[in-house]
Design a protein around this ligand. Sequence first.
Ligand code: CO8
Length: 263
Amino acid sequence: MSNITPKTEWIKTWSENGVGWIQLCHENKLNPLSSGFILAIKDAAQKYDNDTSISCIVLIGSEKAFAAGADLKEMVKLNYSSVTESRYIENGWLEIPKIQTPIIAGVKGYALGGGCELAMMCDFIIANEDAKFGQPEINIGAIPGAGGTQRLTRSIGKSKAMLAVLTGDMMSAVEAENCGLVAKVFKNEDFDVSLKEIAFKIASQSKPLSKLAKQAVNVAYETTLEEGIRSERALFYSTFALDDHVEGMEAFSEKRKPVWKNK
Ligand code: CO8
């Protein structure tokens, strides 16, 4: 995998009010995810994660698709030894869930296969009403490989995840919202503004506090309730060491908006 060149030409990035935007702009509007494309997405997200001026990252695709899955034109050339030797789904993919800055997936159109998996690696998904989600790998001789069977099951439960993975059928945005895969669905015409509002709101919070909050929620995925409560308590106590904790408390007493120092 180390000899794979990141496809930076398929990524557009810009920042505004503490929000770092990453747009997937493959020449094919379905944004097929090749190994080089995933590396470029990972690099862009890591760059924002290391940028102290960025407090929220948003990953978006085209009008037609967030991403319609692995690049099947690349995948068709692979075999067992090449996927294992190249660590096909390791280098790029495994780094995205390690991003500490809050990261939102803004999904318009298709989020299928690796595209649905990429969206689920983000902290939450905002969708437009035309969005469609699915793990259709079974239809093309595979199964989900970048976390689909695990994250989808944790997100929507075994029964619905089994239905999606075994039939390969797509789910509408409303269905995805009803079962908890999507945090919020907006009308197509409201989507861009509403996504921006959510991102700006998150970016306006104290950066260390949102990182701690994100860390605390993520622990719930990985441990027992008892261990999770213990971890949350330790993280909660650590907020008392922040200048922003003092500022938040003082601002509340003084009936004014807090001015975060981000430390
Ligand atoms: N990869 C490469 N090319 C694609 C892909 C894809 N995933 N999807 C569509 N295309 C191509 C088509 O071949 C076609 O190309 P051409 O014009 O050269 O014939 C072009 O995009 C347009 O496609 P359609 O004509 O099919 O467009 P429609 O609007 O009719 O349909 C769909 C859109 C429903 C999204 C349809 O294209 C489709 O079903 N695509 C395949 C979706 C799929 O099976 N995704 C899962 C892939 S497997 C996977 O993701 C495994 C994840 C493992 C981790 C990833 C590691 C990198």
